[in-house]
Design a binder for this molecule. Structure first.
Ligand code: NAP
Length: 315
């Protein structure tokens, strides 16, 4: 078997969404030898969004187009790119961090983790089919497309109830469908939702199918107590049943909160020296393109300082 090629960098960024590319731009511009690796194609979650209208400077831009701009910008500063890599091993604790793929051994003084998070899926018929055509996991991104329409939010946590209230700015009616009759959300959040006249609660119900033609038209529910099915006519479905950070590959090497999000300080430093976490994968109060990009800038500047302390000064 042929030996794996060894590739050395000052910083390796894992993940190529807005956080990863922003970190790449700042790190390479800060004179670090920088590589971005992704297990998928480049662009992260936003490249799947039809339109983005809250990234400053662009009142309306396609998600794919915006991420292409991030990538071109990173290219300009010479960031080296490795899409679709299959990672076999990550070792973060040593002075030199190692990432082993099928054919290469990447070594770096510093690692920036930007692997993102996934919305937990309902796992029901129609969910995948209507994603981007009525099924959305981001009310802030897509809520404005539902002006004077009827939408359903699934879940009974803080996210579901807060996003339901947010959606009432646009939608004429918002159903909150929850599998129990008690909510996990904070009392104050519950009170806000319950006092909103546009919100109607459908309790003890779980969605079992999303139906439509080109876009979503209805959601089929099953009552958890009577086992009776019912149909709601809706134009949109927003599942908010929790998020899962993409951290399996780090195998408990970093401190994570109870939901698995990576803990960082204000410099994006994780519990391991020289390892930073940014964007959706970290414990953060807001998961947006703009906050991910900002995290990337902070982490890269921290990495520049860190690498400088590890690099002998030339005589
Ligand atoms: P969460 O608190 O885990 O709530 C998920 C909700 O979805 C729960 O009500 C759960 O029902 C329901 N659910 C889970 N799986 C389901 C399924 N397969 N089908 C139907 N319903 C399902 O998630 P989150 O609301 O995304 O919040 C995540 C964390 O962030 C929480 O700690 C939350 O407090 C925090 N957060 C805080 C704020 C804030 O402080 N402003 C805002 C947003 C989020 P059960 O209740 O029956 O389990």
């Amino acid at each position: 078997m042929s030996e794996k090629q060894e590739l050395n960098y000052d910083v390796i960024i894992l993940g190529s969404g807005p956080a990863g590319f922003s970190a790449g731009i700042y790190a390479a511009r800060g004179a670090l030898k920088t590589a971005i690796l992704d297990i998928n194609m480049f662009g992260g979650q936003p490249s799947n969004y039809l339109e983005i209208e809250n990234y400053p400077g662009f009142s309306l831009i396609g998600g794919f187009e915006l991420m292409e701009k991030f990538e071109e910008h990173a290219d300009k500063f010479g960031v080296e790119k490795f899409p679709m890599v299959e990672i076999q091993r990550i070792s973060l604790n040593g002075e030199i961090k190692e990432i082993e793929t099928i054919d290469s051994l990447f070594k770096a003084k510093s690692v920036i983790i930007a692997t993102g998070a996934q919305s937990k899926k309902l796992g029901i018929k129609g969910e995948e089919e209507f994603k981007g055509r009525g099924v959305s996991y981001c009310a802030v991104c897509d809520g404005a497309f539902y002006k004077d329409k009827t939408v359903a939010v699934i879940g009974g946590g803080n996210s579901a109830l807060e996003e339901a209230v947010y959606l009432t700015k646009f939608a004429k009616k918002v159903y909150v469908i929850h599998r129990r009759d008690e909510f996990r959300a904070d009392k104050i959040v519950q009170e806000r939702a319950k006092s909103n006249e546009k919100i109607e609660f459908v309790l003890n119900a779980v969605p079992i199918e999303i139906q439509g033609t080109n876009t979503v038209e209805k959601i089929i529910l099953n009552n958890t107590q009577t086992n009776q099915q019912s149909v709601l006519s809706v134009d949109g479905v927003f599942p908010y049943i929790g998020l899962t950070p993409n951290t399996e590959m780090f195998n408990g090497q970093l401190r994570q909160n109870s939901q698995g999000f990576i803990e960082t300080d204000v410099n994006m430093q994780t519990s391991v020296s020289g390892v930073y976490a940014i964007g959706d994968v970290r414990n953060t109060p807001l998961r947006q393109v703009v906050t991910a990009a900002a995290d990337g800038a902070v982490a890269a500047c921290s990495a520049v300082k860190f690498v400088e302390t590890k690099t002998p000064v030339q005589a």
